[in-house]
Design a binder for this molecule. Structure first.
Ligand SMILES: [Zn+2]
Ligand SMILES: [Zn+2]
Length: 133
């Protein structure tokens, strides 16, 4: 687990945050919801929600794409930032939102059964057809 303070934010700077706790290794999601929202795949780390400290949330917008979870993004520039389940005190942070070197690596791929036909997964990391916590 990577330790220490990490910062991140959206493309326009309306949303800025810091992460004060340990970061989970990155999980890449190939589901249809992530694909529609981002235009591709989502690569995310995760923190305890208490370890996500907002420095600016002026343009932060939440969208409930499915029962049980919300997706946080910038309502001005469109950057995809967060995924937060209702039933656990954790928040996924999109890895691309983090500033600078992260010290993180991909741990596995999830919802591979939903993967589109226009790319292959070739990094040799474990592939879960759905998601097994
Ligand atoms: Zn923005
Ligand atoms: Zn997904």
């Amino acid at each position: 687990m990577a330790q220490g303070l990490k910062t991140g934010g959206c493309l326009c700077g309306g949303v800025r945050f810091e992460l004060t706790g340990a970061l989970r290794p990155i999980i890449v999601c190939h589901c249809g919801q992530c694909r529609k929202q981002t235009g591709g795949t989502v690569a995310a780390t995760q923190v305890a929600s208490d370890d996500l400290v907002m420095l600016s949330d002026a343009t932060l917008t939440w969208f409930r794409a499915s029962e049980g979870a919300q997706r946080g993004f910038c309502g001005r520039c469109g950057s995809v930032l967060f995924w937060r389940p209702d039933d656990r005190p954790v928040t996924s942070i999109m890895a691309g939102a983090l500033d600078g070197p992260t010290g993180l690596a991909i741990e596995k791929h999830i919802f591979v059964a939903d993967k589109p036909d226009w790319y292959e997964i070739t990094d040799g990391k474990p592939q879960d057809p759905q998601w097994t916590p």
